[in-house]
Design a protein around this ligand. Sequence first.
Ligand code: AMP
Length: 140
Amino acid sequence: MLFTSLYIGVIWFTILFCRRWGTIEKMDCIFCKIANGEIPADVVYEDDVILAFRDLAPQAPVHVLIIPKEHIATLDDVECSDEHRELMGHLMVKTGEIAELLGLKNGYRLVNNCGEDGMQTVKHIHFHLLGGRKMGWPPG
Ligand code: AMP
């Protein structure tokens, strides 16, 4: 009886610990799997800290997702730390280079959907780089 209670206690603790630190979220994250090569993607740019790959359901002639390799769930989870400042700054600087690489000479749109109202479906921060046609405004 004591051992059963202990066993159940350890399992609950593990589940709560994993949830608290987002371990389960990271394990299930499709973009983390793309970043570590578990799931294939049409990669257009990669370096040590970011990855850009074509969206599976393109909404424009060019539709690329740019992500940090580190699992950060949403824009709200970006911290004010030196690491995150450097990472997000790097991602922004590289976005222009990626757009150029993809031939988007006439402009493009960069979109981040954040949280429920922003209609974010994949909980790993990503920026949609859309181009190759004139965009509409306001967005839906
Ligand atoms: P969001 O709705 O802003 O979270 O955007 C998620 C985007 O990820 C959508 O545009 C999906 O088409 C795209 N997506 C989901 N799974 C994959 C995948 N395995 N490879 C490429 N794009 C994907």
